[in-house]
Design a protein around this ligand. Sequence first.
Ligand SMILES: [Ca+2]
Ligand SMILES: [Ca+2]
Length: 395
Amino acid sequence: MHLRAAIACASLIAGTLALSGTTAQAASGTAAAATVLYVSPNGTDSASGTQSNPTTLTSAISRIAAGGTIYLRGGTYAYANTVTIPAGSNGSSSARTTLSAYPGETPVLNFAAQSESSSNRGIQLNASYWRIYGITVEHAGDNGIYVGGSNNVIERTVTAYNRDTGLQLGRISSSTPSSQWPSNNLILSSESHDNEDSGGENADGFAAKLTTGTGNVFRYDVSHNNIDDGWDLYTKTDTGAIGPVTIEYSLSYNNGTLSDGTQNKNGDRNGYKLGGDALAVNHVVRHDIAYRNGHHGFTYNSNPGKMTISNNASIDNTERNFAFDTGTSVFRTNTSCRFSVSGSNDKTVGDADSSNQFWSGTNGSRCSSYSGALGWSFASDGHLVVTFAGKVVTP
Ligand SMILES: [Ca+2]
Ligand SMILES: [Ca+2]
């Protein structure tokens, strides 16, 4: 109770100061910038941003101090324009600037007023050292959340019903040099589902593709029922190879089919699509599960690199559970099972030893853990709990 009172008091003072300064002063991180700001669906731009006098998200972004916190109250926010966190408006490694759901509440940012267009993203995070926590972004005309900055943490977000990939990493603009491609971002305990472009070929759940740097990590994430792929790490010759990505302790299921049953013949429908243009990138993919995706569970997709593919489980994907036709990847302790979808035998070219149980007509001993209905939830500490027939699996 004392802490809450102290925070409210501090925000009142900071908010009042911010009003006396200009937006430019606030954004530059001077004493005029607010350390805590509250935003609600009925907030106004000129409001002080206290808990009792909340402001708008765009106003709060322009006024928040580096390392400060913007709380979004629960409810639906209707936006027609992209909400941009501008490049240079950075937190620091010791104090990220935070955009967070107010504890216990669910803010939903709805961009349904946008038309489908590559310029109509929902949230565009161009800054670095931010933490975004607990928000839902839906129905954007392009990506729900696009990360162009570096060293950000995106946690407990839900991206759904957007008209391109739900959460995507990539360069800020076509003139951004590769040295400034987004790097060292952590996507944590987040869900992305039912994203669908009208062409039915682009909207994945999560993507670090085309123009991303090194050190990006997906952990404890769930991607399901997107029209194209669950994850996409596509890379192209004309822009050059992306940096290695780590995907771990995550789940990808039912991609290629929306929750309402919609499919599109243009969709690629893979659980984890790990390459493009025959460029070598040494991604790390471990402790992940692919379940009932409409094409491959895990696919190299022409990546000839030395990927680390370990401790993954792939079950009942339509074509292959593991599809690695060329390359030098290292496979350890992977498990491939079929119960009700016939599919094709796995193909794993590279270094695969007897710790793996790949599928070539029969299930191995570990498959008994992966029969029955899939369930999942996030534990209170954020880690992903996956169950089959009610029993927790830890691939
Ligand atoms: Ca596609
Ligand atoms: Ca894709």
